[in-house]
Structure formats: structure tokens, C-alpha cells
Design a protein around this ligand. Structure first.
Ligand code: CA
Length: 531
């Protein structure tokens, strides 16, 4: 049934396209329209925190500037409140392409595949006459569709001499089994080279959409050797929450490990990898820790982690510079939309975390910078609430296309133009479906002023690892007084009315997005029990 619906949708789109041409009568019009449509270069990295982009002005801005990415803020628009609705690689990527929440597009966890028959942004761009390409990290497990050209890393890919799956290289029916092509060099450079090569070959009379997806700066933060000494003798500033007393937290989150300490123990050889607590691939033997106290070990681990991570970012920034230079040199800058974003944020020691997943700000906040000289103003910031399901509708809108009704997001083109519609969303709905003890399953609502989270801690028909000991609980953060989320005020009586109103809003959002709890009696029951 779903499959038929999708085919119908594709046909409808194609039909409208033809009708449009027939009604306007001649091919001259169509070619003018096509050439006037903006080109799109969508650059997405993996796990790049806003705190590690100097345009966002964090504690790291001075020690680790990103001048090329910052250029997009100066010459375009920077979004301060763009959120991932499920802060983990595969689901966020699926939401960006489909304009749908995880529970609707079916990609709720790292293990879920993007259904290859599913129509998404790239198909719609193709139908509208765009030349489309996907180069770099894909991580949706099935063959990319809707792209005229693709070269993608198998799953996470490698930092050095990476292998790529290439369209047309091998047509074995099982995508996972297909042959790969190896490119010598550093992955961020290779992805940039392949992208520039593809751009060079495109017909300049037809618009293009390039999705250039970096593997970097995802763990294990393997930097280019030329940056080995980038932060010698530099002390990376620590976040205010590195040694936070988590006494304010609920039972749901207080019990969870502070994974920076675990990383330190692992890197210093004091601890072996244990079950689901740790990344199996965490490096060992990288830290000398003789005689350090636990606190000193955390600080030393933080320095090592941040320096490696920021060295990886240096190559990403360089890549953005090469793309922007190419556009300048080829007279393409004016009519090309350039976006820089990441599939989600990343903890850089805040709350003594690394990784993402949690609904805390550093994890769910995506960097989002957009430059479009011909259509948008420069040097602006946007504070409106936006999420990853809104990205596809916005790109379609900027390319003068309507949002299909099966997309759940809404175009923020008007917001970018400085006109915030009266009925613009007042809240973001978030849900982390996976459930493993590093982070329990949870959902919540993020408004301008508050964040309410329900850690339901159940493994609900997801292919997660499951963990029996997680306890369910609510947490509330008052972002006006506590932007760093260091004081869970859920139990404070003065917030009783706020909590009631937020729960109401949350449940309305769940219904509106087609994700009420009715299909999970266990969860419904839990909501009754845990208040
Ligand atoms: Ca990611």
C-alpha cells in the first residue's frame, strides 16, 4: 500500500512538471527557468558541534578558528536554533532527505535502512531538471536513489585511503556486498577532489545539486598528519559544565556514565572496553596518566580529545574554502546556494560527555549556515526554531518548488528572508529511539524558553541493544535562566503550571506528527505511572 502511494506521488510530480511546460508553451521558457534556478551545494559533516565553528562564537572560537566556514556567516545567514529531531547519524540523514520524522520515514535507529523505493529531495530535484550528486558519507545502508552520480563511503568509511561504492561500478543486488574503489589520500581531501571534479563536468546551462557529505569529524578523529602540531603548547579552554555536579539530575540520567572519564581510562589503558558502555574502537595507549587524579585524568582526556577533533575540523574547513574558491573562480557564487551543516551536534566535554544522542543542547543543535548572494541577505542571524525536517522543504522552496504534502517539515525560506510567519513553530519535537545504556530512549519538547524531556527508557520494537536497568523519569530545564542545562527543575513546585502546559504541547505535537503513544501500551502505562 505504502509503495503504491509513493509511486503515485512520483507520478503526480512528474505530471505537474510536464503540465507546467505545456502551459507555458515553449522550450525557451523552460530553459530560462532552469538556468535561473539556483545551484545548490549542500555540505554536511558528521558530528560537527556548533561550538567548534568560530562563527558561533564559543569558547573555542579563538583557539580553533574556522575562517572558511565563517565566510558563509559573513556572506550569508547563520541559524542559532536549528535542531536535529533524532540526534544520531543515520536517522538525521534520512530526515534531511525525506523531510519526515524518523517514525514516518522508518529510519529510527542506526540499524534501520532507508527504503530504496522512497521518494525524497533528490528525486524531486532531478524531476525539476537538476543534475544531482551525492559524494561522501551516506550511511543509509541501501543504494542511493535520486542521484545521477554517487560515490559513497561504505558505512562509516576510513580516514586514510578510503574505499567508495561507485554508481555503475558493480550492480550486485546486495548493496552491502558491492565492490569498492580505493582512493589514496585523506578522506576529506578525496571527497573534495571528487566533488570539484563532478562540478567541473556539469552542464552549466542546467542547475545542479551537490550533496558533499564529509566523514569528518566523526570518531576516531584521525587527523591529517600535516596538522599534528596544530595545537602544540595550546591549552584548549574547558567548558563550564565539565565538572558539573549532577545531583540535580533525575534517576534516568544521573546513573549514566560520564563517558569522558571512560574514554580517559580506556586511552590510558586503565580499563578494557566493556559491553555497550564504550565504543569498541576507542584508541588505547594514547594518554600518559601516571600519578593523575581522576579530575586531572578527565582534563587530560579532554585536551587529547579536543585537539584531535579540532585537527580533523581543520581539514573540513579547508575543504569548504576550496569549494568557495571554485565558485568564485568559475563565476558561480552569485547563483549558488551553499549550505554548511552537520547531521547533529556533538558534546565536546560539556556535562563531561562526548558523543551525541541526548536531548541536551550541544547534541541536538546542528550548525546551519547558508549563503545565496542572489536571493538572501548577508551577515544575518536567525533565532527562529527550525529542525532537520524543515531542510528539504526549504531547498525545494529556494528552487521554486512546493513542499509535497507527505513532507512533514515546513520551508523556512521566509524566515531566511527576515519575515517570520505568525504561525511559525513554537516548539521542536525530539525523539531518540535507540535504547542502550550509554543513552536511554527518550522524547521531549524544546521551546524558546524550556526543555521538557521524558526518559521512557524502553526498547520499543527497535533493533537496539536494550538495557534492563534504566529508570524512567522527566527532566525540565529553564533555558532562560539556565542555558547550559545545569539545573533540572522538574521537581520545583514553581514550575508546576509550566510543566502541565509543556506536557499538553508535547502531546499535541506527538499527535500532529503522527507519533502518539497509543501503539505502545507499555509506554502509555508508563506515562500514567511516572509523573
Ligand atoms: Ca553524526
Amino acid at each position: 500500500m505504502m509503495r503504491h502511494l509513493k509511486i503515485y506521488q512520483a507520478i503526480t510530480w512528474g505530471t505537474f512538471g510536464c503540465l507546467g511546460l505545456m502551459m507555458t508553451g515553449c522550450s525557451t521558457h523552460s530553459s530560462q527557468k532552469e538556468t535561473s534556478r539556483p545551484n545548490i551545494i549542500f555540505i554536511m559533516s558528521d558530528d560537527h558541534a556548533t561550538n567548534a565553528i568560530s562563527a558561533y562564537g564559543s569558547r573555542l572560537a579563538e583557539v580553533a578558528p574556522t575562517p572558511h566556514i565563517d565566510r558563509l556567516a559573513k556572506e550569508g545567514i547563520l541559524l542559532n536554533n536549528c535542531f536535529s529531531t533524532n540526534s544520531i547519524c543515520t536517522p538525521s540523514r534520512a530526515s534531511i532527505l525525506t523531510g519526515q520524522y524518523s517514525h514516518v520515514n522508518g529510519v529510527r535507529t542506526l540499524k534501520d535502512d532507508l527504503d530504496p523505493s522512497k521518494i525524497h529531495l533528490a528525486h524531486l530535484m532531478q524531476d525539476a531538471g537538476y543534475q544531482t550528486a551525492m559524494i561522501g558519507k551516506w550511511h543509509l545502508h541501501t543504494e542511493p536513489q535520486g542521484f545521477d552520480y554517487w560515490q559513497v563511503l561504505p558505512e562509516q568509511g576510513l580516514y586514510f585511503n578510503p574505499m567508495f561504492k561507485v554508481r555503475g561500478l558493480d550492480d550486485a543486488s546486495d548493496f552491502k556486498q558491492r565492490d569498492t574503489k580505493v582512493y589514496e589520500g585523506y578522506v576529506s581531501d578525496v571527497i573534495t577532489d571528487l566533488s570539484l571534479d563532478w562540478l567541473n563536468k556539469q552542464d552549466k546551462n542546467q542547475p545542479f545539486m551537490l550533496m558533499m557529505h564529509h566523514k569528518a569529524p566523526h570518531a576516531l578523529w584521525e587527523y591529517h598528519p600535516k596538522y599534528e602540531h596544530l595545537f602544540d603548547d595550546v591549552e584548549i579552554p574547558e567548558p563550564a559544565t565539565l565538572f558539573e555536579d549532577k545531583g540535580h539530575r533525575s534517576e534516568a540520567t544521573r546513573q549514566h556514565e560520564n563517558n569522558l572519564l571512560r574514554l580517559g581510562k580506556r586511552m590510558s589503558g586503565q580499563m578494557k572496553v566493556s559491553s555497550v558502555h564504550d565504543y569498541k574502537e576507542w584508541p588505547t595507549g594514547k594518554l600518559e596518566v601516571d600519578g593523575l587524579s581522576e579530575k586531572e585524568l578527565i582534563s587530560a582526556t579532554y585536551q587529547k580529545y579536543l585537539k584531535d577533533y579540532l585537527r580533523v575540523i581543520a581539514s573540513v574547513d579547508e575543504s569548504v574554502g576550496r569549494i568557495l574558491n571554485y565558485l568564485d573562480e568559475n563565476d558561480l557564487a552569485e547563483n549558488t546556494i551553499v549550505i554548511y551543516t552537520s547531521d547533529q551536534g556533538m558534546f565536546l566535554g560539556e556535562h563531561q560527555y562526548l558523543d551525541k544522542r541526548w536531548m541536551f543542547e550541544e547534541s541536538i543543535k546542528m550548525p546551519f549556515l547558508i549563503r545565496y548572494p542572489k536571493g538572501l541577505s548577508s551577515n544575518q542571524e536567525v533565532n527562529a526554531l527550525i529542525s532537520n525536517v524543515d531542510i528539504a522543504p526549504t531547498l525545494l522552496d529556494l528552487a521554486t518548488m512546493d513542499t509535497p504534502d507527505w513532507m512533514q517539515g515546513r520551508s523556512f525560506k521566509e524566515v531566511l528572508e527576515g519575515e517570520i510567519p505568525q504561525d511559525w513553530q513554537k516548539a521542536i519535537y525530539y525523539r531518540y529511539w535507540m535504547h542502550r545504556d550509554m543513552t536511554p530512549a527518550h522524547y521531549g519538547i524544546r521551546t524558546k524558553d524550556y526543555k521538557l524531556i521524558f526518559y521512557y527508557a524502553l526498547n520499543l520494537d527497535t533493533k537496539s541493544f536494550g538495557h534492563p536497568d534504566s529508570k524512567p523519569a522527566w527532566e525540565l530545564y529553564d533555558l532562560r535562566k539556565d542555558p547550559l542545562e545545569m539545573n533540572n527543575v522538574y521537581a520545583h513546585p514553581e514550575y508546576k503550571d509550566v510543566i502541565a502546559e509543556l506536557k499538553h504541547q508535547l502531546d499535541d505535537l506527538k499527535v500532529a506528527n503522527g507519533d502518539d503513544d497509543n501503539k505502545y501500551p507499555q509506554l502509555l502505562e508508563l506515562r500514567q505511572l511516572v509523573n
